[in-house]
Design a protein around this ligand. Structure first.
Ligand code: NAD
Length: 467
């Protein structure tokens, strides 16, 4: 049994789910494979009908689900509503796009008929982290189901409860297993799993990729980030910009893949930046009970995360914002800015996933860019300047999937955008049109107009040679 405590009051058990043994995972995948046979033969309108009904059911339960998500993750209530609301919008977006995205493409000319079909894979294994369990699961579930796959999702044991409820609301060929790496490995390594979609850290990603690779199962990997936020020498430290930056770091207690995780400022402006950043935090950062009004940051996820975050508070440390919490009864950590740590300090060199952020001075833009691009992660990055053209030119030099100008992780994920970013590490894509394409394989039917074995290729058709 997996019992989940409330990170804000760890003596309070929010709920529990049964842990799935490898034998149970096996039975669930076999059942999912039977689902797949029925579901892939179901007309797409009917499949999309299920997703439309799911969006309605989740929206109807939004209030209750948001409270449950806040209690199991420690995320503030408004962010939980935002996450689940985004999942509903994403479901509806998939419904609106799927018919065209998954339709056959046909070429019919004097050389004959070509039909490009978009076929589902079969059983998709979705393995997701705890920090945004609903949207990160829905980014996989919605397109996979729309395309005709069956899905087995395995959420993190640190946040299994809300997703468990949502899986029941969606119904259809969507099943859930619970547990940690062992359940994840049983799922990914299963002979009937035909596609793997993983979001999480590099260590888990490596293990999942190795298992999937061993079976030659295609996979999508969305990994972590160590996003730089770079202030150019003309960037104003004005209130709205600094407020945005503070929340881009401390939302979900810094436990966001695309949080601003290292801040770079011209050396001579470092002192002014620290003052402006602290002032912004005093305006917007309130640490406390995630369910209370006015609170903008809750606890971290676990005792281990609390200890790890505390160990990063070394050197010149400024506590930030208002701290209205008890770190003896909840996994709270005082949010902090650490000034000018060494570049090889773990706070700078690795993903901290904690409410502690470094600020570093720089003198040379070339060396700065090299430092930004050094990370193996390359998930996101931002550049801040009074001159947008200059900022865009700088952003072109980042090696990152998502680059922001004068903000960080607040735009660009819009469903209006026709593309998702490709990360330096990780494979495949989520979000937008490219995310839909991950859940189908293309199978082409060739019906040449006058195919005769041994005949020369028709004019304009050199590919008629067997290869
Ligand atoms: P994690 O890698 O520990 O776990 C993610 C999921 O993988 C969980 O369900 C876990 O049980 C499972 N898992 C872990 N090891 C496994 C193994 N060996 N075999 C099979 N399954 C395994 O990550 P986490 O702590 O839950 O989440 C935090 C990480 O996720 C951070 O690095 C964060 O940046 C990243 N993240 C990335 C994105 C993105 O979109 N790129 C979004 C959110 C979080």
């Amino acid at each position: 049994m997996i019992s989940r405590e409330n990170p804000a009051r760890f003596e309070e058990i929010v709920g529990s789910v049964a842990e799935s043994s490898p034998i149970e995972v096996d039975a669930i995948v076999w059942a999912a494979d039977a689902d797949f046979r029925r579901w892939s033969a179901t007309p797409i309108e009917e499949r999309l009908g299920l997703l439309t009904a799911a969006a309605e059911a989740i929206e109807d339960a939004l209030g209750e689900l948001s409270v449950l998500l806040a209690r199991e993750t420690g995320k503030v209530l408004g962010d939980c509503r935002g996450e689940i609301g985004f999942a509903v919008r994403y479901l509806r977006w998939v419904v609106a796009q799927a018919t065209a995205a998954y339709a056959d493409e046909v070429v019919d000319d004097e050389l004959g008929l070509l039909i490009k079909q978009h076929k589902p894979y079969g059983v998709v294994a979705a393995i997701t982290p705890w920090n945004a369990p609903v949207i990160l699961s829905m980014l996989k579930i919605a397109p996979a189901l729309a395309a005709g796959n069956a899905v087995v999702v395995k959420p993190s044991p640190l946040a299994p409860l809300t997703l468990d409820r949502i899986v029941r609301l969606v119904g259809g060929p969507l099943r859930i297993v619970h547990g940690g790496p062992a359940a994840g490995a049983a799922l990914v390594g299963h002979e009937l799993v035909r596609k793997v979609a993983f979001t999480g850290g590099a260590a888990g990603g490596r293990a999942v990729a190795a298992l999937a690779g061993d079976r030659l199962t295609p996979s999508v990997l969305e990994l972590g980030g160590n996003d730089p936020a770079v202030f150019l020498d003309d960037a104003p430290f004005d209130d709205p910009a600094m407020d945005r930056l503070v929340m881009a770091t401390f939302a979900t207690s810094g436990q966001v893949c695309m949080a601003a995780k290292r801040l770079y400022v011209p050396e001579r402006r470092l002192g002014d930046f620290v003052d402006a950043y602290r002032a912004a935090a005093a305006r917007v950062l309130v640490t406390g009970d995630p369910l209370a009004d006015g609170v903008t940051m809750g606890p971290v996820i676990s005792a281990a995360a609390q200890e790890a975050a505390r160990s990063l508070r070394r050197g010149t440390v400024h506590d930030l914002g208002l701290f209205d919490a008890d770190d003896k009864t909840g996994y709270f950590v005082r949010p902090a800015l650490v000034v000018a740590p060494q570049p090889d300090d773990p706070l700078v060199a690795a993903e901290q996933f904690a409410p502690v952020v470094p600020v570093l001075g720089y003198e040379d833009e070339g060396k700065l860019l090299a430092a930004c691009n050094e990370s193996e992660l390359g998930l996101g990055a931002s550049v801040w300047s009074a001159d947008e053209e200059r900022a865009v030119a700088f952003a072109r030099r980042f090696q990152a999937g998502f680059c922001f100008v004068n903000t960080h992780n607040r735009t660009g994920m819009s469903l209006r955008a026709p593309f998702g970013g490709v990360k330096r590490s990780g494979w495949g894509r989520e979000y937008a049109a490219e995310g839909l394409a991950e859940y189908v394989q293309t199978c082409v039917i060739h019906a040449p107009a006058a195919y005769r074995p041994g005949a020369p290729p028709p004019a304009g058709g050199p590919s008629a040679y067997p290869v």
